[in-house]
Design a protein around this ligand. Structure first.
Ligand code: AHM
Ligand code: MG
Length: 341
């Protein structure tokens, strides 16, 4: 039986990536090794997140908390685990993390050819109420591994080799694209393995959900952004063409909001506003990976000016507005921007 085959022939993420890489004769397993070290970081964060509410009692790593001992914040701890795991993989040369002001240049003896940009724990304001949070990552190839420079990571998103995120939600889900579609894996806690559960994710062409922090509307930056956006959300609520209104869903945790958008369709928006004139979300490790996945799933990602993946970042922590999701829904935003601009 097919179901039996699935139960006994487990497609782990490692097996999946090994299969995929074996299509390239020059592949020596480096990418698989790199990915395994990212996966290890995700498993650690998953386990730590599951214990977050207990941390004051038992400590994040499960050790008894000596009274008065300062516990490391979950995002700081997650960052350390990712950095150490990625360096020890021997496959990386430059690491850019949301948590660190400066990029990490791996010492020559441990250097490999990949650059990893990541946000180890995105949405951390949601930790204390146990709402879904996630890790986001993107992978570039260095040009010259003897002389890595910041220019190796200041590349447009379309140059990424792979991108993904891990969501610590009601289950732990890792979504990955190596440029050949988008695939979702769910952590089986009893095995400690990510198993392929969502092969070839395709975002619906048009969705019924919009996702934006509408409470910011007063601050939406004008005039283009402001009027285009106000028109858009008005249309979502009061469609004039007889179609039904859209539902609003906003978790305030990018990984969860984008994950839902990929699976159910619709649009996720984080525009510029008066407080954040370039938007809030970071180009390298938030906007790019999510835009890469959205395009790979058949959707679109737009900055208000251009295709998001065409953007060339000039600073590692640069921000950009982002509108991503179902093809048709993003098309509408683009039209409104063109009309107002
Ligand atoms: P963070 O990196 O400080 O956690 O902030 C990023 C998060 C995203 O996950 C989410 O999409 C966004 O901030 C929500 O912002 P807002 O609260 O302004 O709606
Ligand atoms: Mg973040």
């Amino acid at each position: 039986h097919a179901a039996d085959a699935h139960r006994t022939d487990l497609m782990t993420i490692t097996r999946y990536v090994l299969n995929e890489q074996s299509k390239y004769p020059e592949s020596r397993g480096d990418f698989t090794i790199l990915l395994n070290h990212i996966v290890l970081g995700c498993k650690f964060v998953c386990s730590a997140v599951n214990k977050a509410g207990l941390a004051k009692l038992i400590g994040l790593a499960g050790e008894t908390n000596v009274q008065g001992e300062e516990q490391k914040k979950l995002d700081v701890l997650s960052n350390e685990v990712f950095i150490k795991s990625l360096v020890s993989s021997g496959r990386t040369c430059i690491l850019v993390s949301e948590e660190d002001e400066e990029a990490t240049f791996v010492e020559p003896s441990k250097r490999g050819k990949y650059c990893v940009v990541f946000d180890p724990l995105d949405g951390s304001s949601n930790i204390d109420c146990a709402v879904s949070i996630g890790t986001i990552f993107g992978i570039y190839m260095v040009k010259d591994s003897h002389e890595p420079t910041l220019d190796d990571v200041l590349q447009p998103g379309k140059h990424m080799l792979a991108a993904g995120y891990c969501m610590y939600g009601s289950s732990c889900t890792l979504v990955l694209s190596t440029g050949e579609g988008v695939h979702g894996f769910t952590l089986d806690p009893s095995l400690g393995e990510f198993i392929l559960t969502h092969p070839d994710i395709k975002i619906p062409k048009k969705g019924k959900i919009y996702s934006v922090n509408e409470g910011n509307a007063k601050n939406w930056d004008g005039p283009t952004a402001k009027y285009a956006l106000i028109k858009y959300v008005e249309k979502c609520k009061f469609p004039k063409d007889g179609s039904s209104s859209k539902s609003l869903r906003y978790i305030g945790s990018m990984v969860a909001d984008v994950h839902r958008t990929l699976l159910y369709g619709g649009i996720f928006l984080y525009p510029a506003d008066k407080k954040s004139p370039n938007g809030k979300l970071r180009v390298l490790y938030e906007v790019f990976p999510m835009s890469f996945l959205t395009e790979q799933a058949g959707g679109q990602a737009f900055t208000g000016k251009q295709r998001a993946l065409d953007l060339v970042p000039t600073k590692i922590h640069e921000r950009s507005p982002i509108f991503l999701g179902s093809y048709d829904d993003v098309e509408e935003i683009k039209a409104l921007y063109a009309a107002e601009g």
